[in-house]
Design a protein around this ligand. Structure first.
Ligand code: UTP
Length: 289
């Protein structure tokens, strides 16, 4: 199984990050000095994938501008001899082949993925939720792609979450298959306490076979009246093998304020140019006088 395409659904409203997201897509908010979406594009490229579709909606054209060339800015940087800044501006538009399509109504994550069916065609593909940011030794999409390539199965990226948080995610019923790998038997979106199968939840990364599109096509609305990707994967695992990979790495939900702040602090601390300064700053702040 070769995975050549990836889809980033980024058409949600981002209401948890208002007022910033009134005019700025949450995927364009910076973590340190780079928009979140760029980290995800870089994660995809690191998995050997070069064709990427971003699902947007009205008011999110900042993402299209960002991955386009900016000749006026580049000219100004050339004239003023700012070579480092020129590379930073140019590199963004050369990262990958980034395509865009609009989800005309925010009808849920499953519906957003269904909008990618013509772009993807009859091939397996990767999915990265636009506001889930990963910090890992091996890029998380590369971990999933490796497992999917070796097994020919769909693979979802999972980790255990705290019991009090599982109702915000989906819960999976799994049986062990190999080291950190499980067979998915069923899953439920936003479970009530009596519906919880396990504390394993999908955290924003998937490799799916194209069969998912046919299942999404006829899927009725689920939790919250939205077309749920979880419901389609629940049908998929009855027809085909779906694996859950307990991936290595830390996931940040940058779509909420605490996750966004954690990501900024951890990514800044890891940077050699500003990490030591931030450590000193935080130490001064937290040391009692
Ligand atoms: P979220 O529920 O995290 O995004 O959806 P949201 O709707 O923007 O969040 P809030 O609650 O209003 O803050 C998970 C992912 O699915 C995408 C989102 O962009 C996000 O990446 N999504 C969701 C769509 O692309 N379309 C939709 O109709 C819904």
């Amino acid at each position: 199984m070769k995975i050549k395409k990836a889809v980033i659904p980024a058409a949600g409203w981002g209401t948890r990050m208002l007022p910033a997201t009134k005019t700025i897509p949450k995927e364009m908010l910076p973590v340190v000095d780079k928009p979140i979406i760029q980290y995800n594009i870089e994660e995809i490229v690191a998995a050997g994938i070069e064709d990427i579709l971003i699902i947007t909606n009205r008011g999110k054209s900042a993402m299209e501008d960002y991955f386009d060339r900016s000749p006026e800015l580049e000219d100004a940087l050339i004239k003023t001899g700012k070579e480092r800044e020129l590379l930073l501006a140019r590199d963004v538009s050369r990262l990958a082949n980034v395509h865009f399509i609009r989800q005309q109504e925010a009808r849920g994550l499953g519906h957003a993925i269904w909008c990618a069916r013509r772009f993807v065609g009859d091939e397996p593909f990767a999915v990265l939720l636009g506001d889930d940011l990963m910090k890992s030794q091996t890029p998380v999409t590369a971990q999933l792609v490796k497992t999917a390539s070796e097994t020919g199965a769909s693979v979802v990226g999972v980790q255990r979450v705290a019991r009090e948080l599982i109702s915000k995610y989906c819960s999976l019923q799994v049986v062990p298959a190999a080291d950190r790998l499980y067979e998915v038997k069923q899953l439920v979106e936003k479970p009530t306490p009596d519906q919880v199968f396990s504390l394993f939840a999908i955290l924003g990364r998937y490799v799916l076979t194209p069969r998912i599109f046919a299942l999404l096509e006829t899927l009725p609305p689920g939790h919250g009246g939205e077309i749920q990707l979880t419901d389609a994967i629940n049908l998929l695992c009855k027809e085909e093998r779906v694996l859950a990979l307990d991936f290595e790495g830390r996931r940040y939900d940058t779509g909420c304020l605490t996750g966004y702040l954690e990501a900024n602090i951890d990514f800044a601390l890891a940077r050699p140019d500003i990490g030591p300064w931030l450590t000193d700053f935080l130490t001064q702040k937290t040391t009692k006088k």
